[in-house]
Design a protein around this ligand. Structure first.
Ligand code: AMP
Length: 487
C-alpha cells in the first residue's frame, strides 16, 4: 500500500529538518540554506526510517535528499562492524552517478566519522575487495560489479540497514533488473528501502511493490525543472555547417563551459578534434569507449576549466553533475525524445538558470517534432542569418557518425527498448564507434563475458587494459574515501 505524503511544505531552512550540527555545518559551507522541495519532503521521512518511493529527476537536489538523512541515521548508532559488512548500500546505473553520490556523501559527511567506498566496473576489482574486507558504512555501487563481488563472497549484507536505488528507471532501461533481483535475494528482509526514479513505468511499480514496505510517495513537480529555468532554443542549420556555428556561438557568447551532445562516440571524438584544429577551442570527449581513467580526467579537466567543451554521448553524460553548468548544446538531436529531456537537464540545476541550444539540420525535423510532442512544448526557433539552411538540401536518412539524426521512415522511434535507429536497419546494434551509443554499451567494461572478435584487437585491448587497470587502481584508491576522523 502506498501512503501519500501529506506534509505541507512549509519548512524553509535546513536547520528545521532534524539534521545534526556536523551536517548543517557542511551544508552551510556549500552555500545552501534552503532545502529543495524533494529535500524538504524526503529528509524527515528518511530520518524517521520510512520506506520512500520518490519521483524526482536529476537536477532537483535528490541526491542530498537521501545522502543527508542517511548520514544523519548513521550518526545515531555505532554498531561494531564485522569484516565485509555494510550498513548502507546505494545502487546507481552508472559509474558517473556512483561517483557523484560518493562526492555528495564526502561533501556533507566531512565532519563525521564513517567509511564509504565506491564500487564499479572497468577498474581493478582487488582494491575494492580489500576495502570491503574491512567493513564499510556506505557502499555506492553499480549492480554488475557488485554482483561479481557478492558472488566472490566479497561483501556481507547481513548488517544492511538501508538500501537506496537511485535512478531506478535507468537501471531497468540498462538491463540491470536481474542483477538487482539477485542482489536483493542476498539482503535481509528487514531494512529501510528508498527508490528514486524519474518515471514510473509498470516495471518500476512492480519492482517497488516487491521491495518497499508501506512506502510514502514523494513527488516533486517535473515541469518546473525544465520549462521554467532552462531557456531552450533551436537554430536550423545545414549539417555540414554545424561545427562552424557551434564555434561561433562559443566564441561570440564567450561560453566558458559547454556540454555538447553527439549521437555517436566517433562523432564526439571528431568534433572535439575539429573544434581545436579549426577554431582553437579546447575540448574533451567522454563516451563508452573511453576508459574510466580517461572519463574521470575529461570530467575533471572540464570542471577545472582546463577545457571549455565537453563532448559527450547520452550514456556517458548520464549522472554528470557540474555545478552551475550554463550551456548545453545538442549538436545532434537524440533519437529518443526522453534523452532530450535528460540532456537539457544537465543545465538549470537546483534553481540555476541554463540555456539549451539545439542545432537542427533538415534530416532531424522529424526528431524535433517528436521531442516537441513528448515535452508538450514548442521550442523557440531562432534563425541565424549567416547560417540559414540551404533550401535545396533535402533530408537524408541518418548516416552513422556523420551528423544528422533522422530515423528512416516517418514518425517517432516507438520501439519498446528504445534502441536508436541506425543506417543499417531498424534498431540493429553495431559495435563500431560509429554506432550510436546504446544503453547497454555502458555495461561493457563491467561485462567481462563480452569478447572482441579480432584476436589482434584483443591483444592490443588487453595490453591497453592492463595499463588502464594500473591507472584505475590508483584512481580507485583515491576514490575510496576512508574516513576515521573523530567528530
Ligand atoms: P541532484 O538533483 O541531486 O543531481 O542535484 C542537482 C544540483 O543541485 C547539485 O549540483 C547540487 O549540488 C545542487 N543542490 C543540492 N541541494 C541544493 C540546495 N538545497 N540548494 C541549491 N542547490 C542544491
Amino acid at each position: 500500500m502506498l501512503g501519500s505524503d501529506n506534509r505541507n511544505i512549509q519548512i524553509m531552512k535546513f536547520t528545521e529538518l532534524g539534521l545534526n550540527e556536523s551536517l548543517l555545518k557542511a551544508i552551510k559551507e556549500e552555500g545552501y540554506d534552503t532545502p529543495t522541495p524533494i529535500q524538504q519532503k524526503a529528509i524527515p521521512l528518511v530520518i524517521e526510517g520510512k520506506d520512500v518511493l520518490a519521483a524526482a529527476q536529476t537536477g532537483t537536489g535528490k541526491t542530498a535528499g537521501f545522502t543527508l538523512p542517511l548520514l544523519e541515521r548513521l550518526s545515531q548508532t555505532k554498531p561494531q562492524m564485522k569484516k565485509k559488512q555494510v550498513r548502507v548500500l546505494v545502487l546507481t546505473p552508472t559509474r558517473e552517478l556512483a561517483a557523484q553520490v560518493a562526492q555528495s556523501i564526502q561533501t556533507y559527511g566531512k565532519y563525521m566519522s564513517y567509511r564509504s567506498t565506491v564500487i564499479f566496473g572497468g577498474v581493478g576489482i582487488n582494491p575494492q575487495l580489500a576495502t570491503l574486507r574491512k567493513g564499510v558504512d556506505i557502499v555506492i555501487a553499480t549492480p554488475g560489479r557488485l554482483l561479481d563481488i557478492a558472488g566472490q563472497q566479497g561483501i556481507d549484507f547481513s548488517a544492511l540497514e538501508c538500501l537506496v536505488l537511485d535512478e531506478a528507471d535507468r537501471m531497468l532501461d540498462m538491463g540491470f533488473i536481474h542483477d538487482i533481483k539477485k542482489l536483493m535475494a542476498m539482503m535481509p528482509k528487514k531494512k529501510q528501502t528508498l527508490l528514486f526514479s524519474a518515471t514510473f513505468s509498470k516495471e518500476i511499480k512492480s519492482l517497488a511493490s516487491g521491495l518497499l514496505k508501506d512506502p510514502v510517495l514523494v513527488e516533486v513537480a517535473r515541469e518546473n525543472t525544465t520549462a521554467d529555468r532552462i531557456k531552450q532554443v533551436v537554430h536550423h542549420v545545414d549539417k555540414g555547417r554545424k561545427r562552424e556555428l557551434l564555434s561561433q556561438l562559443i566564441k561570440a557568447g564567450d561560453w566558458q563551459q559547454v556540454l555538447v551532445f553527439t549521437r555517436t562516440k566517433h562523432g564526439a571524438n571528431r568534433l572535439c578534434k575539429q573544434l581545436e584544429e579549426y577554431s582553437g577551442i579546447k575540448g574533451a570527449a567522454i563516451h563508452g569507449n573511453k576508459s574510466q581513467g580517461a572519463r574521470t580526467k575529461a570530467l575533471a579537466d572540464f570542471k577545472a576549466g582546463n577545457v571549455r567543451v565537453l563532448v559527450a554521448t547520452d550514456i556517458a553524460a548520464r549522472g554528470i553533475d557540474i555545478d552551475q553548468l550554463p550551456h548545453v548544446v545538442n549538436f545532434e538531436l537524440p533519437n529518443v525524445p526522453e534523452d532530450y529531456v535528460h540532456r537539457i537537464g544537465r543545465t538549470g540545476r537546483a534553481g540555476m538558470k541554463g540555456e539549451a541550444v539545439s542545432l537542427v539540420c533538415v534530416d532531424e525535423h522529424e526528431l524535433l517534432k517528436n521531442i516537441e510532442k513528448f515535452t508538450k512544448s514548442s521550442i523557440e526557433k531562432v534563425d541565424i542569418e549567416a547560417f540559414r539552411p540551404d533550401p535545396s538540401i533535402k533530408a537524408e536518412p541518418i548516416q552513422n557518425g556523420r551528423g544528422g539524426g533522422q530515423k528512416r521512415g516517418s514518425g517517432g522511434n516507438k520501439s519498446k527498448n528504445k534502441r536508436p535507429m541506425t543506417a543499417t536497419g531498424h534498431g540493429k546494434k553495431k559495435k563500431s564507434s560509429n554506432a550510436p551509443e546504446t544503453k547497454n554499451d555502458n555495461k561493457t567494461p563491467e561485462n567481462k563475458r563480452k569478447k572482441p572478435k579480432n584476436p589482434q584487437a584483443e591483444k592490443i585491448g588487453s595490453n591497453l587494459q592492463a595499463k588502464l587497470d594500473k591507472l584505475d587502481k590508483r584512481d580507485s584508491r583515491n576514490n575510496t574515501n576512508t574516513r576515521n576522523r573523530k567528530k
